[in-house]
Design a protein around this ligand. Structure first.
Ligand SMILES: Nc1nc2c(c(=O)[nH]1)N[C@H]1C(S)=C(S)[C@@H](COP(=O)(O)O)O[C@H]1N2
Ligand SMILES: [Mo]
Length: 367
């Protein structure tokens, strides 16, 4: 039998223990060609998606962990559904969950802070949080049970207002304060709309880093809504809160009410499948990229000259749109821009740098 190492050597891959690539909080390998590490998180490099099909492969999907990926036993795991908003508390094993009617959705998971670094680099504004470029997003096909069905099975009451999904990862301690398990209330209206309790990602069992054995997938909403390593759902007849809706994931700043406003849905964004400051050869290029918005993308425009905009051609459509556009590249420094459906020139400032939906200036050098 050939060892894994032997296979990798035979495949011409230089051997470094995979630990050398891994952030200690993340299980899967994180090769530097695919990821930029930020503490406990790993950002997908856009240049690593060039030539990649419509869905983000699990191996290239960004990871956002408040602490670390837990190791959960699928045999003893249970999903508990309880609270004043239901009449029949449920405790489901993974087998029981998988035996229920399932459905599949294609949805992006995107961090609310995706693009945050551009508040500083484009708008000169200081904001708190992980300085993501545009790689805190991935698109997958998820299979699982609709949350609507689970809530009906649990005897959802008319009086129910909020659902609080709670993760089984470690309690989150920051600045010496223990904020408890990662959890964030979801209004019952959204819970009954298109939310999934997913146990498969791109046809495989959910991988450890993405929520094994089950996670919420909340299409169109900021990533924090899609709680990983789901352990329980509290359904309540009175409003529920957690630090993830009172302290984080609120738009705070001079143009907002004192308590801020809660962040729910995402905004449109676009990215080239190129590194910032990439070097390209002169001549005819095909620029490629992807644009996405919770309401779908109709029109993508690209500017290569700092003045005029040309329509890009869609390559595939779904939870995001892949597109391409030819470009006759001349030697020198250029700034590329792309916008979907009227993305604005600037993003409204908020202290935690959420929802950066402005057009990103993408510098490249042609030689
Ligand atoms: N239990 C739990 N769920 C979580 C998180 C977490 O740290 N713990 N991070 C959230 C955030 S902020 C985001 S952006 C997404 C990221 O999902 P991914 O790591 O599968 O890409 O998961 C969300 N769900
Ligand atoms: Mo996030």
């Amino acid at each position: 039998m050939i060892s894994r190492r032997g296979v990798l050597v035979a495949a011409g891959l230089t051997m470094l223990p995979s630990r050398a690539f891994a952030a200690p909080s993340i299980v899967k390998p994180l090769p530097a060609t695919d990821f930029v590490l930020h503490g406990t998180n790993a950002e997908t490099r856009w240049e690593a998606l060039r030539g990649v099909d419509h869905l983000t492969p699990i191996s290239k999907f960004f990871v956002r962990n408040h602490t670390s990926t837990p190791s959960l036993d699928p045999v003893s795991w249970r999903l508990q559904i309880h609270g004043s908003g239901i009449s029949r508390p449920l405790s489901l094993s993974l087998r029981e969950l998988q035996a229920l009617p399932s459905c599949e959705v294609e949805a992006v998971i995107e961090c609310a802070g995706n693009g945050r670094s551009f508040f500083a680099s484009q708008q000169g504004q200081t904001v708190a949080g992980t300085p993501w470029q545009l790689g805190a997003i991935g698109n997958a096909r998820w299979r699982g049970v609709s949350l609507r069905l689970l809530l009906r099975l649990a005897g959802l009451r008319r009086s129910a207002v909020d659902v609080l999904p709670v993760g089984l990862d470690a309690e989150y301690v920051t600045g010496g304060v223990n904020l408890g398990r990662v959890r964030r209330p979801l209004p019952v209206d959204k819970a009954l709309d298109d939310v999934l309790v997913a146990y498969e990602m791109n046809g495989s069992p959910l991988p450890p880093d993405h929520g094994f054995p089950a996670r919420l997938v909340v299409p169109g909403w900021v990533g924090i809504a899609s709680i990983k390593w789901l352990g329980s759902l509290e359904v309540s007849a009175s409003p529920l809160h957690s630090p993830w809706d009172t302290q984080y994931y609120r738009l705070l700043g001079p143009t907002y009410p004192v308590d801020g406003t809660v962040v729910t849905t995402q905004v449109a964004k676009s990215a080239f499948e190129l590194a910032l400051n990439a070097t390209l050869p002169a001549g005819r290029q095909v620029l490629t990229g992807r644009s996405w918005s919770p309401v779908g993308v109709r029109r993508v425009e690209v500017s290569t000259d700092g003045r005029t905009w040309r329509l890009a051609t869609p390559v595939s459509r779904g939870a995001w749109t892949r597109w391409q556009i030819p470009w006759q590249a001349t030697p020198g420094a250029h700034v590329l821009r792309v916008r979907a459906d009227g993305q604005p020139e600037s993003a409204p400032y908020n202290t935690q740098g959420y929802l950066f939906g402005a057009v990103v200036r993408h510098p490249v050098t042609v030689v």
